[in-house]
Write a protein that binds this ligand. Structure first.
Ligand code: MG
Length: 403
């Protein structure tokens, strides 16, 4: 039996038969490609199930209809696969990266991450701190414990490379020491790595570049939707965003009596489609102009998956609008500050009494050479919003958030 590929791939698509492989060699699966197998391992892992109760922007307890990390990841996978199919890129790889890209997020979104980073840095200023992309890699490389022969999910190089979408240079150099010429090479300094073949290697495969952009397209659109649903943004306010107002006007042109949520959805639907077509066209043109030979060659060029310059600037305007009016909205900032306090207090409580981390083989992990702070950070980062909130109440006797 042979792995079945849904459709033919472009020469610049990532070919699973030429994957750089897994860290622990395994026999190939009889019917699935390496990337299909990666995707399946991700869907079945514990960290993936936790995404359902992790915050995207609005905290889990604030409403049932807001995006969570899980629904966000599914939207990224949908958009990414749609674009990948049109460009004849490898949909399975895009899907695997999309479903795993947020596995390392803490509870309470970026607030949790910032608080955890500060906790780690306070104990070890020169240490790695906390980066969610690096944590996503830790989850799939070492924190999942369900296989007999290795820790983590033992994913392929290409999926891991896509998961590590950003990394600070110092942290990249740390990863390089363990894995020379590996997934962090492109973020590390020019003096790191001994293989001269890697000198020009600056980009991941196109499927990883695409998933990165699909992430941005997804959150820009769904944060508008969630922002309006929460009452923190209004349709009138959104009129100042060129991209949105254009499609709102277009939607009204076709459906003059449309209003409220249906108008919002129709404008967002048109905006999403336009961005997807824009990426398809801009990327097709960039790949052709690059004259790149195959997918191994692609990495030597600058980013090839992109918006057209006009769409990039409109998307940037929308991002700035969301920062100003939603992510920094006083009500969001208030819950963000409360969430930071919860993470800080949990970290301190476990540092004070590690036995409170129920079900964790703490001593064994420290004996294996991991610092107490890192063991605690992994434990806290893995929590859902719900579990973190309950733990906070159990350990402090206080409610984490005002009802
Ligand atoms: Mg994301």
């Amino acid at each position: 039996m042979q792995p079945v590929q849904a459709m033919s791939l472009a020469r610049y698509a990532c070919d699973p038969a030429r994957s750089r492989g897994r860290r622990h060699p395994e026999l190939p699966a009889p019917t699935r490609s390496v990337f299909q197998r990666d995707r399946d391992r991700i869907v079945h892992c514990t960290a993936f199930r936790r995404l359902v109760y992790k915050t995207q922007v609005f905290l889990n307890h604030e409403g049932d209809l807001f995006r969570t990390r899980l629904t966000h990841s599914l939207e990224v996978a949908q958009l990414g696969r749609s674009i990948a199919r049109s460009l004849q890129l490898n949909e399975d790889l895009v899907e695997a990266i999309a479903l795993a890209h947020d596995l390392g997020h803490t509870p309470f979104g970026h607030a949790g991450q910032d608080a955890l980073h500060a906790c780690l840095k306070a104990l070890d200023a020169a240490g790695a701190g906390f980066e969610h992309n690096m944590q996503s890699l830790r989850v799939v490389d070492s924190l999942e414990e369900s296989y007999p022969g290795f820790n983590g999910l033992n994913l392929s190089f290409e999926t891991r490379e896509g998961i590590l979408k950003h990394c600070s240079r110092r942290n990249a150099e740390r990863i390089e020491l363990r894995e020379p010429g590996g997934v962090a090479r492109r973020f590390a300094g020019p003096t790191v790595g001994r293989n001269p073949d890697w000198a020009g290697w600056r980009q991941p495969v196109l499927e990883a570049q695409l998933t990165n952009l699909a992430d941005e397209i997804a959150y820009n659109a769904h944060d508008i939707d969630d922002g309006v649903r929460s009452g923190l943004l209004t349709l009138e306010q959104l009129e100042e965003v060129t991209l949105f107002s254009r499609f709102r006007a277009e939607a009204l042109g076709h459906h003059p009596v449309l209003q409220g949520r249906r108008l919002l959805f129709e404008a967002l639907r048109r905006m999403l489609s336009e961005q997807v077509y824009d990426v398809m066209n801009a990327t097709r043109a960039a790949v052709l102009a690059s004259q790149a030979g195959g997918f191994e060659d692609i990495c030597r060029y600058g980013p090839l998956v992109s918006f057209t310059p006009d769409m990039a600037s409109q998307s940037g305007e929308l991002k700035k609008f969301l920062h100003r009016n939603l992510y920094r909205h006083p009500q969001v900032v208030q819950t963000t500050e409360a969430a930071k306090g919860v993470v800080r207090d949990l970290f301190a409580a476990y540092l004070n009494d590690p036995a409170q981390m129920v079900g964790l083989a703490y001593s064994a992990q420290v004996a294996a050479g991991r610092t107490p702070a890192r063991v605690i950070a992994d434990y806290v980062a893995g929590m859902t919003d719900r579990f973190a909130t309950r733990e906070y109440q159990r350990l402090t006797g206080r409610k984490a958030f005002a009802e």
